[in-house]
Design a protein. Structure first.
Length: 455
């Protein structure tokens, strides 16, 4: 990409600090400026068209041109552009959205707390767990269990739950007591000759052994994404989640389903916990909640969690936590309209219907010489590049091949993203059969070019 003086490119290079970016490389390369969207497609400032096969950041369910969301935002801005919900204040959009989320989420999850982002939501979950355990007179019950390669955000506490090296290195994280357990990824983490069932049993034993070694009275919660997303799209091994739920219940450990990516149909079921047969105490959602047209996240908790928190607020006089933007009326109005569109157009059903075409189409690349494993469920998938499939040896330096593939995909008009060696797919829920066919065709051309490049 060229630097163009006196242009947006030059200004970006001069003044912007980009998240998740090698800033020195950016000074050379400059930005890819996206100027508009149309359905599942976006266009750059040169007019080039791309299928957005990561839905922005795993988030734009209804596509990039839904005027109903623009109208919902405008109407709310005219009526009541801002109000908060501190100290008994309330407004209709947040009341209605909380009611809707209690209705949509699994039985037993009834109370909603809003934040602006998934990271803030997971920070809030940690604080809720600490607050309620202090209230219950068990101040030592504070530690969290998470998994290597889990992604739960980047703030100091949520970033501590995240189990990825680049989110920790030189940020002095983890900064709260967290133990990261083995990634539930059969292909990468199973021992030689270990069956999937035996792998699950080993992970559950690791979980229980860890709880017993640390002391159940010190562990507040277990957090995990039903399907791991930003760590490389890993679906859980058979029986994993019901097993985790059983162990958490046995030791009175709060089970937190981080459904920031999974929620609202991504896996083919409304929520990932339903797909994998467990009910959490706390469910965290964001992203597809508003299709990311507005920043919003929601924590939905069961009565046990709510009552313990509520009792402590009665003792202390308040819940001393909340953001200026918690339950922002414009974000909530957009969320309500977005969920209405998802339901009216059966977009969750669309994900389930397109799953075979999408997943089978990608699995055809499992034999490609650069590919180690193809995995996924619903409309989320990962294609892991490996130098040698038999030995699962990665390319060096780490991520180099997947980064190349992503660049070649962009040349072909396909936006995907790599997480280390895995190329991730997570297209908008509105995609059609034609869109899926086009995603597969463009990816195929990029993979052919990658093979030529690797020779
Ligand atoms: N949890 C999960 C599972 C996520 O995928 C993400 C973001 O990708 C987050 C939390 C953090 O959300 P945010 O980027 O809104 O802080």
């Amino acid at each position: 990409m060229n630097q163009r003086p006196n242009s947006l490119h030059a200004s970006d290079i001069a003044h912007s600090m980009h998240p998740y970016t090698n800033m020195r490389a950016h000074e050379e390369k400059g930005p890819m400026i996206i100027t508009r969207g149309d359905g599942a497609r976006v266009f750059d400032d040169q007019g080039k068209e791309y299928i957005e096969a990561l839905a922005g950041l795993w988030s734009v369910a209804v596509g990039f041109s839904e005027t109903r969301l623009a109208d919902a935002a405008y109407e709310q801005l005219k009526k009541l552009p801002y109000y908060h919900s501190f100290a008994h204040k309330a407004h209709e959009p947040s009341i209605r959205l909380a009611e809707k989320l209690a209705e949509m989420t699994p039985e037993g999850l009834n109370r909603v707390f809003f934040t602006n982002s998934g990271s803030e939501a997971n920070d809030t979950v940690i604080k809720m767990a600490w607050f309620l355990n202090n209230g219950l007179g068990r101040p030592e019950k504070k530690k969290f269990l998470a998994r290597n390669k889990g992604y739960h955000g980047i703030t100091i506490a949520s970033g501590s739950l995240t189990g990825l090296p680049s989110n920790h290195k030189d940020f002095d994280l983890p900064a709260i007591p967290v133990t990261h357990l083995t990634t539930p990824h059969y292909w990468r983490c199973a021992n030689e000759g270990e069956s999937e069932v035996a792998f699950t049993a080993r992970l559950l034993k690791e979980l229980e052994d860890t709880i017993l070694a640390e002391g159940p009275e010190t562990i507040a919660g277990f957090i995990g994404e039903p399907v791991m997303g930003a760590g490389g799209v890993m679906t859980p091994p058979v029986g994993y989640w019901p097993g985790v739920a059983e162990i958490c219940a046995k030791y009175d450990i709060l089970l937190v389903a981080d459904e920031v990516i999974n929620g609202f149909g991504r896996t083919g079921a409304p929520f990932g916990c339903q797909k994998y047969g467990f009910t959490p105490d706390i469910l965290v959602t964001s992203k597809q909640l508003t299709s990311s047209y507005m920043p919003l996240a929601a924590i939905v908790v069961n009565d046990k969690v709510y009552n313990a928190i509520a009792d402590n607020t009665a003792k202390l006089g308040t819940f001393g936590h909340g953001f200026t933007g918690s339950g922002h009326p414009v974000a909530c109005a957009v969320g309500l309209e977005n969920l209405a569109i998802i339901e009216e157009n059966d977009l969750m059903g669309n994900a389930a219907r397109l799953e075979p075409m999408f997943q089978d189409g990608l699995r055809k690349f499992a034999d490609h010489p650069l590919v180690g494993e193809v995995r996924g469920v619903g409309l989320i998938a990962g294609v892991e590049m490996t130098k040698d499939r038999a030995t699962k040896t990665a390319f060096e330096p780490a991520g180099a091949m997947a980064t190349k593939v992503v660049a070649l995909c962009a040349e072909e008009g396909l936006i995907v993203r790599n997480v280390y060696e895995t190329v991730a797919f997570c297209p908008p829920l509105i995609v059609t059969e034609d869109d899926v066919a086009e995603i597969l065709a463009r990816f195929g051309r990029a993979m052919d070019k990658a093979l030529d490049w690797a020779k």
